[in-house]
Design a protein around this ligand. Structure first.
Ligand code: ZN
Length: 340
């Protein structure tokens, strides 16, 4: 067909451009709405979370032992808090560069969810003999691209762990794998956003109910085992509501939940892909305290926590070498709770 006039040939080009622009805007807004596994800063303390304006913060440590904060937004823009950052510190600068390349990994494959068979949680009462030592391996913030790797390692050692999960899009099969492979699925938060969950009691329960119902829908498990983002002793919540943790600790218990903190920290959340040797050492140092019950905090957070996967075999071996039996958390487990 003969073109009648060159006058309107720009229209298809313009239309394509507009479509691309809209698609790009949609992608950006979707990214912004994803719960991000990261850290927030309150004065000089770093915890997990995303700030109100969408910045994620990662605490890191310079050579001189001073803490710095790597700040990332939408995984592309990276800067540092000038007030907290000593630009002469090479190590902190290196970590900043690394942060720029780390993207929140959301599995883009679509997964279909079969209607789960309703499960009755049968918990056998765990009564610890006075000389028995119990260890709980707990993984926060998953599932992620690392979940299966963690599950394979746990299988290899024939031990069961506990996963305090948050909401991640398109990861239904991973929530199910945790349960199907015999581990405890427990609740952390839907959004992991401190400003949403720690402003009011109502806000906290809206979020908790959402993750509870989501986990139940996907896995069939009606979980009442929880871990507060940042732990029950976090101080970031004070920024939003000074007494919220006191209120929540009481009310979650009244509602039949059991909250768990930790007493051994692998410190995998204190930076991006911390040296696996260091994670093993931190756990070993925690084991030296020789407590009868230990809850070891680790994270299942994708690309920024691949060293947790690397360290896990040695962590399990170290725990077992100290005479601990590794068990998953149940409603009858003795909870480790921070006193503050
Ligand atoms: Zn968390």
């Amino acid at each position: 067909m003969k073109r009648q006039s060159g006058k309107y040939t720009y229209i298809p080009i313009l239309a394509t451009f507009v479509i691309l622009l809209v698609a790009f805007a949609i992608t950006l807004s979707t990214m912004a709405n994803q719960p991000v596994n990261s850290y927030t800063v309150d004065n000089d303390t770093a915890y997990e979370g995303v700030s109100d304006n969408g910045y994620e913060f990662v605490e890191t440590e310079g050579k001189n032992g001073v803490k710095y904060y790597v700040i990332t937004k939408n995984s592309t823009q990276t800067t540092t808090a000038a007030s907290m950052m000593d630009n002469n510190d090479e190590e902190a600068v290196t970590t900043t560069t690394a942060a720029a390349s780390i993207k929140t990994t959301i599995n883009s494959t679509t997964e279909t969810t079969a209607a789960p068979v309703s499960k009755t949680t049968t918990t056998t009462k765990t009564i610890r003999n006075s000389d028995e030592k119990l260890a709980y391996l707990t993984f926060d913030d998953g599932p992620s691209i690392n979940t299966e790797k963690l599950l394979d390692i746990l299988d290899k050692y024939d031990v069961k762990a506990t996963f305090f999960v948050i909401y991640h899009k398109n990861m239904d099969s991973k929530y199910k794998a945790i349960v199907d492979r015999g581990h405890t699925i427990a609740l952390h938060s839907y959004t992991h956003s401190y400003s949403k969950i720690y402003r009011t009691e109502k806000g906290y329960y809206q979020d908790l109910d959402k993750i509870h119902d989501y986990v139940e829908k996907v896995t069939g498990v009606d979980s009442k085992i929880i871990r507060f983002p940042g732990g029950s002793s976090n101080t970031v919540s004070r920024k939003y509501n000074k007494t919220i943790m006191k209120t929540l600790k009481k009310s979650v218990t009244e509602k039949g939940y059991v909250y768990h903190d930790w007493n051994v920290d692998s410190t995998d959340a204190s930076g991006i892909n911390r040296d696996p040797d260091l994670l093993v050492e931190k756990v070993k140092a925690g084991l030296k305290k020789n407590k009868p019950v230990i809850d070891i905090l680790m994270h299942d957070t994708g690309k920024s926590k691949t060293t947790t996967v690397e360290a896990l075999p040695r962590i399990i071996e170290a725990v077992q070498a100290q005479g601990y039996t590794i068990e998953p958390l149940t409603m009858d487990s003795e909870p480790i709770q921070h006193n503050w």
